[in-house]
Design a protein. Structure first.
Length: 303
């Protein structure tokens, strides 16, 4: 499908323009043999001649099954500005419970945006967050619900979530929670190994599993350790400060929020209008089938 420029365009019109393409694809089977099939609730419907399923302009997109799709631009703006759900609900005029599901449909879509590979020299570090069960009803009274701060590497247990962050000189970013407890060289291979592209130099913290991983990949570790001026350290610090505004993030949603922050840092963070357009372009290319039920019943998953 031809790329369409999304500049100060209404979100509903933009999604509709994608479906009106001469090679309109079925969101279920990918077939391009689709035709108009009347309207339902004021929305144009189509039918696929191959799988015989009907769909509209928003089927399997983050704004599918939402009652106020015209308010998504305002919602995205509130998300970028980091407003709480209740503050955003007052701003937009919908229930904060509705916005909870909207937020996680948006974040789930962003998590599926293609990860760019690292190029040239890169910085690599990991840090640990406390495991959080925020939002669960059956929780121990003495168990904290929030990611209040990063924790020391000395006392690492399976209650701690490991986040790996990598940044290169071309502003490509990898930031992901990969599991609980201590990491090893094989873990690094499973996650970071997939996004390297003939990288030969790296800067990291002096940890044995980093050294073993670099040896396996034949990457030369530059004799310089990460400090407070390093891009990876600055990124981690900014990310922690940004997540604090949400008053804690449940571990099962942690990668969603990490994907959002990465997306914001990769785009023009200071230009709200431009960032909204980039958001709309990105989520329009994602085929996602999230429903309120499977979001509510989500389990912790690091894949």
């Amino acid at each position: 499908m031809e790329n369409k420029k999304c500049t100060d365009i209404n979100i509903l019109s933009y999604f509709a323009s994608l479906r009106h393409d001469s090679e309109r694809k079925c969101p279920y089977c990918g077939c391009t043999h689709t035709v108009l099939y009347g309207k339902y609730n004021g929305k144009q419907r189509y039918i696929c001649k191959s799988c015989k399923k009907t769909f509209n302009d928003f089927t399997n997109t983050p704004i599918a099954r939402t009652h106020f799709p015209e308010k998504w631009e305002a919602f995205i703006k509130c998300t970028i500005e980091g407003l709480s759900l209740k503050a955003a609900a007052r701003e937009i005029g919908v229930s904060y419970v509705t916005l909870f599901y909207w937020r996680h449909k948006l974040l789930s879509a962003l998590k599926m945006v293609k990860q760019n590979k690292m190029q040239g020299k890169f910085e690599l570090e990991n840090f640990f967050l406390k495991f959080s069960r925020k939002g669960q009803k059956s929780i121990e009274h003495n168990e904290k619900r929030v990611h209040d701060q990063s924790v020391s590497y000395i006392n690492i247990s399976n209650n701690k979530v490991c986040v790996i962050t990598a940044l290169d000189s071309h502003k490509n970013i990898y930031s992901r929670a990969v599991g609980t407890g201590r990491m090893n060289a094989m873990d690094m291979e499973n996650y970071i190994g997939k996004i390297l592209n003939k990288n030969k130099q790296a800067v990291s913290r002096p940890k044995s599993f980093f050294a073993m991983f670099f040896k396996r990949k034949k990457i030369r570790e530059i004799n310089k350790y990460l400090d407070n001026s390093s891009e990876a350290v600055k990124y981690r610090r900014d990310c922690m400060e940004w997540m604090y505004r949400f008053r804690g993030v449940a571990t099962k949603y942690l990668n969603n929020y990490l994907s959002l922050f990465k997306f914001l840092k990769s785009s023009n963070f200071n230009n709200i209008s431009s960032t909204i357009n980039i958001f709309i372009e990105a989520i329009s290319k994602i085929n996602i089938e999230n429903t309120y039920i499977n979001m509510r019943n989500a389990e912790v998953c690091f894949n």
